[in-house]
Design a protein around this ligand. Sequence first.
Ligand code: DPN
Ligand code: ZN
Length: 501
Amino acid sequence: MHRSLAILALSSLAAASAIQYPFVESSQPETISNKPLVSSNAIQDDISSDKLLKRAKHLFKLAELAIDEYNHPTRVIGSQGHVATLDYIYATLAGLGDYYDISNQTFPAVMGNVFEYRLVLGDSSPNSTAAMSLTPPTKDKEPVFGPLVLVANEGCDSSDYPANVTGSVAFIRRGTCPFGIKSENAGRAGAIAAVVYNNGKGGLSGTLGQPSKDHVATFGISDTDAKPYIEKLQAGEVIESSAYIDAIVESIGTTNIVAQTKGGDPDNCVMLGGHSDSVTEGPGINDDGTGSLTLLEIATQLVKYSVNNCVRFAWWAGEEEGLLGSDYYVSQLSDEENMKIRLFMDYDMLASPNYAYQVYNASNAVNPVGSQELRDLYTEYYTVHGQNYTYIAFDGRSDYDGFIRNGIPGGGIATGAEGIKTRKEAEMFGGTEGEWFDHCYHQLCDTVDNLNMEAWELNAKLVAHSVATYAVSFKGFPERTAVKHNVLSEKSLYHGSKLIM
Ligand code: DPN
Ligand code: ZN
C-alpha cells in the first residue's frame, strides 16, 4: 500500500482561527532582572550531549504513541505522536516558571492521504509511477479508462489542451508552472486523470499544493519511462490507459507553539525556530527532533540568565507538508509585529549521521539585509572551533522561507538530508563519500540511533551562541528597514521538502 500524507493551510479558514497575538508585554519581573546577563560562553557550557540525548530518547517514546494508528512510530501532524510532542514542548516551557509568555497558534490544514494507486499506459505500467501528494482520487475511487493524450507545451495554459483531452488521461511535460496548475488545467479540460513526466532526469514525485475543485488524480513518471509513449503518440498511435488513485483530502487543525522571554526589549526580538512535526513515514528524530529539542534545551537553560533583547522561540507544525506553520505565523503578523523581529534563525536537522556542517548561503544582495551577517556568525564559529563548513542553497526548503519573503533577515545551519557527500566533503568532515548525509531521511529509521551526537552537540552550542549573541546586543547588526509582503524573488522549485514544479 502506498501511503503518503500532505497537509496544506486553508487561508480562508485560517482567518477564522483563534490566535493569541500580539504577545502580552509585561514588565521585567524582579526575579529575572536579578539574574546575570546571558553570555555565549556560559550558555554554551550549559549544553551537553547527555541532556540532548535524553530528550531524543523521550521524543522517540512519544513517536511510538502513534503505532496504534500508523503501525509505526511517527510524529506527523494529526498523529498521537505529534500531539504528545506538542504537549511535551508546552509542558516543559510551562514548567519553567514565569520566564516566558507561551502561546499556542492553531491553524487549519488540509491533509491528504494516498492509500493506493495504479497507472497502466497501453499494456504496461511505468516503474517510476508516483502519485502526487494532495492528489484527489480518481472518480468514485475506482479505475478510470481513456486514451493517453499529449498536451502541448508544458500544459500551463488552457490552450495547450486539445479538444480530445476530454475523457482522456492528459500527458503533460514538467516545467514552467506548478504541478497544481497543470492538474487544474487538465481537470477543466475534462481529463479523467493527468500524468506529468519529468523534463529532467529521474522519477517525479511532488505535491499539487493547495487543493482545487478542478484538480484531477495526478501522477508523476520519469523522463525515460515517458519517452516511448511520447514517440508513439507523436506517430499517431492510440494508447489506451487506465488510472486509479484511492486517496482522501481532508481538513484538520494543528498548532505552532511560541515562547517569548518576558524580559528584554520586546521591540527588538531575536527569533529562532525548528519544526515539531515529522513525515508520516517515521519518527523524525533527526528531522527535526534535533532542532526542536535544541531549542527546548536552550529555552530551559536561558531561564538562569537575563537578556537585553527579547528572545522568541517557535516550534512549527506542518513543515513537512509545505512550511504550513511558519507561513501561517508570518501571514498573521501585523506590519508592526513583523518589524519587531530583527532576524529569524532556522534549525532543521542538526545531527545527520553522515553530516556536513552546512550554512545557508544567505546574502544581503538577494535576501533581507542582515541575512549575510547571520551567515557570517555561523561560519566564524565553525572556523574558530577548527571546523570546516559548506554553504548550502537558501532555496525555500525550510521554515525560514516565510520570513525572508516578508522582509525579515534569516539564515540557519543544517547537517544534510538526501544530498550525497562528495569526496571533498568526506575529507572535510569525515564520514562516507557517495552516501546521503542522512540515509534515514524521511524514513522509519530516523530514530535515536540515526544521530551523530558529536555534530549535534557542537551545533547545539552554536545555536546557544547565536541566541546569546543577539539576546545581548544587535550592535553591528543592520536595523530593519521595511516590511515586504510575500515577495518571491525567483521561481522556486521547492516550498518545503516536496517539489511543487
Ligand atoms: N529538513 C528537511 C525536511 O524537513 O524535510 C528539509 C531540508 C532538506 C532542508 C535539505 C534543508 C536541506
Ligand atoms: Zn526538516
